[in-house]
Design a protein around this ligand. Structure first.
Ligand code: PBG
Length: 331
């Protein structure tokens, strides 16, 4: 036998020489849940190890993440019911606690990259990503709010704006709003192929942002998020976001959508990000807590597979643990 693939696996050093894919902590994006108040660190029961943080404690958490080598964070707000209304007006107030927190985070840690969330669901009484009227999610009326939200976030110091709402035309609308307000350097990471997935449950628990039950309120997000059966449609969304000026294209969720990550990476010359969503992380945590899987083996293998499929960046609740393993030479 002349050809023996096993020769390239014969020792740790040779395996390192022939390894095709590396995932560095700085390629990861760590999602953080923010809540209003002081001294709060409140665990999300369906996503153990993840917390709703008040800003004072979050600053310490961010500092410890930076020491481990993480550089990018995406911030999501839990909004009090008293600030919620039909059109999400609180979302674009420069003085809302989310924007004020961003300013403080960037003041303390100017070197980190802070990503926002642009969507109405945490701010809207109906729990939808757009304005609900007569049982429908309004597209163009929602864009006006998204544009204002993006500008207020840019003004507050966010480096990258993250529209997660799946309204048509929002990347172009937000790009124009940002440019008109003088924020041409603020980037857009678009949730390009975001599926109507069953794996967002723990996230909606964390933020209390699930669609509300009621007459004339759609029970799911299927009229704006994509059908899990579709792949070509992801390219169509990709083309639009690309042409509208998105700097990153995101696929979400990640693990059940590795084929989508792959084709997006083949077709577009901007970085592809993948959101390894709350339900995907929760499944693995649950199996590890039961002793059915080994976390330190299964977790990095999972992240590597998403990266290998073509995601340059991964948003994952495992970012901190991965960075710790990397730093302590366990990867
Ligand atoms: C909503 C939003 C969701 C997530 C990020 N932004 C949930 C949804 O679309 O209902 C989910 C992220 C996760 O599950 O980790 N704009």
């Amino acid at each position: 036998m002349y050809i023996r693939p096993r020769r390239n696996r014969k020792s740790k050093a040779v395996r390192a020489l022939t390894r095709e894919t590396y995932l560095m902590p700085e390629q990861l994006i760590y999602p953080l849940f923010l809540t209003e108040g002081k001294g709060i660190k409140n665990e999300v029961s369906s996503l153990p190890g993840n917390y709703r943080w008040s800003l004072d404690l979050l600053l310490g958490e961010i500092e410890s993440c930076l020491e481990l080598g993480l550089k990018s964070f995406i911030l999501f707000p839990k909004v009090k019911d008293e600030y919620k209304d039909k059109t999400g007006t609180y979302s674009y107030s420069d003085k809302n606690y989310y924007n004020l927190a961003a300013t403080e985070i960037k003041r303390r840690f100017p070197e980190l990259c802070l990503i926002s969330d642009v969507a109405l669901d945490p701010y809207n009484v109906d729990g939808h990503d757009g304005i609900v009227k007569n049982g429908k999610i309004l597209n163009d009326e929602t864009l006006e709010v998204l544009g204002k939200m993006a500008v207020s976030q840019a003004r507050s110091g966010f480096d990258i704006i993250g529209p997660s709402d799946m309204m048509d035309g929002r990347v172009g609308f937000i790009r124009e709003s940002l440019d008109d307000a003088g924020f041409e350097d603020t980037s857009i990471m678009s949730y390009t192929a975001k599926y109507a997935s069953a794996f967002y449950g723990p996230f909606r628990d964390a933020l209390d942002s699930a669609p509300v039950e009621g007459d004339d309120i759609p029970k799911d997000k299927k009229t704006y998020q994509m059908d899990p059966a579709n792949k070509e449609e992801a390219l169509r969304e990709g083309l639009l976001d690309y042409e509208e000026g998105a700097d990153f294209l995101m696929v979400k969720p990640a693990l059940n959508y590795l084929d989508i990550i792959h084709i997006m990476n083949e077709h577009f010359d901007v970085p592809i990000a993948a959101y390894h969503v709350s339900g995907e992380c929760a499944m693995l945590i649950a199996a590890c807590q039961n002793g059915w899987l080994d976390y330190e083996k299964a977790m990095p293998e999972t992240l590597l597979s998403i990266h290998r499929a073509g995601a340059r960046n991964i948003l994952t609740y495992f970012a901190k643990d991965y960075a710790r393993m990397w730093k302590t030479g366990r990867l």
